[in-house]
Design a protein around this ligand. Structure first.
Ligand code: PEP
Length: 251
């Protein structure tokens, strides 16, 4: 059984002061709730204070990105050992905003996956197609290429510990979610690729999330699908009540 995972990606939002109030509210709202794994990914500047505030709670910590080198002259970058030292459990890699605005290639995303795993941090690997790719019928091909780059670095013994997030780019921050059926179809396709590459047993252990305008109004329908194991959430993770409703989608 795959435990549902709800991950909040705060993106470039929240000062340290604002982070403290959001975390305190959230800790209260989800206190003791064990049916969903909860991960929040604040900006780098708030990681440390977040770690302190979620100590001994049911909330885990994730970062939004990292670099694939160990250390050195890479101004502005953050390494896996820095995230490990803060106590990050997860790191998002290959978010479409990183791929698009910062020109991250699938090769770089794969290196980040390898680096995160070697420091014991679980990568949440984002994949997804643009609107024109969906409309031209090449969505699966695009997702397959992104996943195949990961296959180059992901060994079968590490595979059960990674998380994939299918995020159609046209659904991110637009208010326009994919239908639950379309999301599930692509996630099943991803799981089949994982079966072919590793094994049925491994593919059944890997969690695959959906991301793209997930909100309290559509979470139940998405989570009712056979293969959607949780959500990667942007906008709705910035409000403690809305995020806690996503976490408690079963209620
Ligand atoms: C995201 O940041 O990955 C995301 C899915 O954002 P939103 O929920 O705002 O669409």
């Amino acid at each position: 059984m795959r435990k549902p995972l709800i991950t909040g990606n705060w993106k470039m939002n929240k000062t340290i002061t604002e982070s403290i109030s959001l975390i305190k509210e959230l800790v209260d709202f989800v206190k003791g709730y064990q049916e969903t794994e909860i991960v929040i990914c604040p900006p780098y500047t708030s990681l440390w204070v977040t770690k302190e505030l979620i100590q001994d709670t049911n909330i885990l910590l994730g970062a939004q990105n990292m670099y694939f080198q160990d250390e050195g002259a890479y101004t502005g970058e953050i390494s896996a050992s820095m995230l490990q030292n803060i106590g990050c459990d997860y790191v998002i890699v290959g978010h479409s905003e990183r791929r698009e605005y910062f020109h991250e290639s699938s090769q770089e995303v794969a290196w980040k996956v390898r680096q995160a795993l070697s420091f014991g941090i679980k990568p949440i690997i984002c994949v997804g197609e643009k609107l024109e790719e969906r409309e031209s019928g090449s969505a699966r091909e695009v997702v397959k290429e992104e996943i195949e780059a990961i296959f180059e670095v992901l060994k079968s013994q590490d595979a059960p510990g990674v998380v994939f997030a299918y995020e159609p780019i046209w659904a991110i921050g637009t208010g326009k979610s994919a239908t639950s059926k379309d999301a599930n179809d692509m996630i099943q396709y991803i799981r089949n690729l994982l079966k072919e590459k590793y094994s049925e047993k491994i593919a059944e252990q890997i969690r695959i999330l959906y991301g793209g305008s997930v909100k309290p109004e559509n979470i139940k329908e998405l989570m009712a699908e056979s293969d959607i194991d949780g959500a990667l959430v942007g906008g709705a993770s910035l409000k403690a009540l809305a995020f806690s409703q996503l976490v408690k989608f079963r209620e």
